[in-house]
Each structure stands twice: as C-alpha cells, then as structure tokens.
Design a protein around this ligand. Sequence first.
Ligand code: NAP
Length: 261
Amino acid sequence: MAGRVEGKVALITGGGSGIGRACAVRFAKEGANVCVADLDVKAAAETARMVEAAGRKAAAVQVDTTDEAANEAMVKHCVESLGAVDVLVAAAGIGAVRVPGATSYQPHTVLSIPMDQFRRVIDVNLYGVLFSNRAVARWMTEHRRGGSIVNLASIMSKMPSTSAPYSVSKAGVWMLTKCLAQELAGQGIRVNAIGPGFIETPMTAAIRADAARSSWAMSVTPMGRYGKPEEIAATALFLASDDASYFTGELLHPSGGVFVG
Ligand code: NAP
C-alpha cells in the first residue's frame, strides 16, 4: 500500500531533535524523501541517516532559521538534492528563557526580562517560522506547485505562561499561519499549525526533571501523561497529507486534553 506522503519531498526545520526528528522518520516511513535542516548539522545528518534507513532519500543542511538568506539557501539545497519541496514542517524553536545562574527554575518576568532575551525567543520562534514559510511558499508559487506547510505552535499560543516571550511567539505563529493560509489558498498551498501540549523532548527535559513544575504540567493535562514526539509527527503527517485536503488555517492541539474544560 502506498504511504500517505508517497513521492513527496518534505523539508523539516529543527529536524535534528525531538518533534522534527520524529516527523522526518514518520514521513520517510510514509513514502517521503526528506531534507533535514537544523542549526546542529551533525544532528541533522544523524536524522538523515534514519530517513535512509527507512528506505528513502535524505539530505541534511545547516540552517539558522533567524537568517532569511539562510532559509532561501536551505530551500535551494533541498530542491537541488531532492528535486522539489512539497511539504514544510517548521519545527525549529527554543523554549523558555530562565534567570541566569538560578539553581532552580526561575523565569524572568515581563517587567524584568532583558530585551535581548525577549527578542531572541521572538527571533527564533516567530521570525524563524516566517522566514522558512516565505522561502518555501516563494518556491512553490514560482513553480506553480501546491503544497502543505505545517508550523509548530503550542498550547501556549492560547495561554499566557511564565515565559511571556514564548507565549507571545507562539500566538504569533498561530496568526501568521492564518494570514498565510488566507493568502496562499488560491495557489493550492495549505498552511496549518500544531499546538502540542507537554511532549517528551529535550525542550521539556528541565520541566520533567523538576517535580513541582512537572506536577503543574500534568495537572493541566487531563490525560495525565506527557505526549510522545511520534504523536505530534502523526498530527503533522495528517496535516501534510491529502487526508487534510480541506484543512487550511487550522491549529490542532495534540495535548492530552489541555483545552477540554
Ligand atoms: P527540541 O528537541 O529542542 O528541537 C528543536 C530543534 O530546533 C533543535 O534541534 C534546535 O537545535 C533547533 N533550533 C533551535 N534554534 C534554531 C535555529 N535558529 N535554526 C535552526 N534550528 C534551530 O524541541 P522540540 O520539543 O522538538 O520542539 C519542536 C517545536 O515544537 C518547537 O517549535 C517547540 O516550541 C514546539 N513545541 C514543543 C513542545 C514540547 O513540549 N516539546 C510543546 C509545544 C510546542 P539546537 O538543539 O542546536 O538548539
């Protein structure tokens, strides 16, 4: 039986770790060739080997998604290596900024956070997504090809948190997704977002290691467990595939029920 993204080329930012890596492996198992992009090129190359082990073609490329020109170069590399870009999963991101030197979790407040740290989170989590989306959408429109863009937002797209820049950045990703969905719908490009809850990846290692914070995270998660990166990859696969052919501008929450009540 054909895979759900058989013959497609998927470009995945943040593909060297966590959710991005799980997406790369799942997409490969479902028939896609995958270009893995990450700040950490060794990690990207390791994911690329996992894609090849699943029997698909892979490419690995170093990118800092906060640099617009680097995103254009990333798309060029993907097209030169694998022939096209049909799907983008924008999973590169960073988490909360903490007070330096604090022995336990101590978030900055909105009033005290140094602006360079606030800007860093917005740069990576919002501008990085914008730049990767623009670079891919420009290639798709120029070549008159439809496609699917899947952005990693968060439950924090809809919730304030003790890491204000993170929540602000993810709210921005949600609205960016909707604006682009509206702009690109006529050209056959669907743009959707995923807003995960608490997922077992390196990004949540500090939360999971801290009993009080972990207990809070589980208290807002009715299913009472962390999600697995593979569960987010399954959501990305759905949105990227033709099964989601009538979805655009949506934000899906694989979160163990955070918004149930
Ligand atoms: P992760 O394991 O930390 O992976 C993120 C990857 O992005 C890392 O490989 C990181 O590289 C890379 N990256 C960071 N900045 C980059 C940049 N400027 N350019 C290119 N790559 C960059 O985190 P994850 O949990 O898989 O998160 C993936 C996405 O899901 C993020 O957008 C995150 O905000 C979102 N998300 C995660 C959760 C969760 O619970 N884990 C929940 C909701 C949303 P380095 O390691 O070298 O920095």
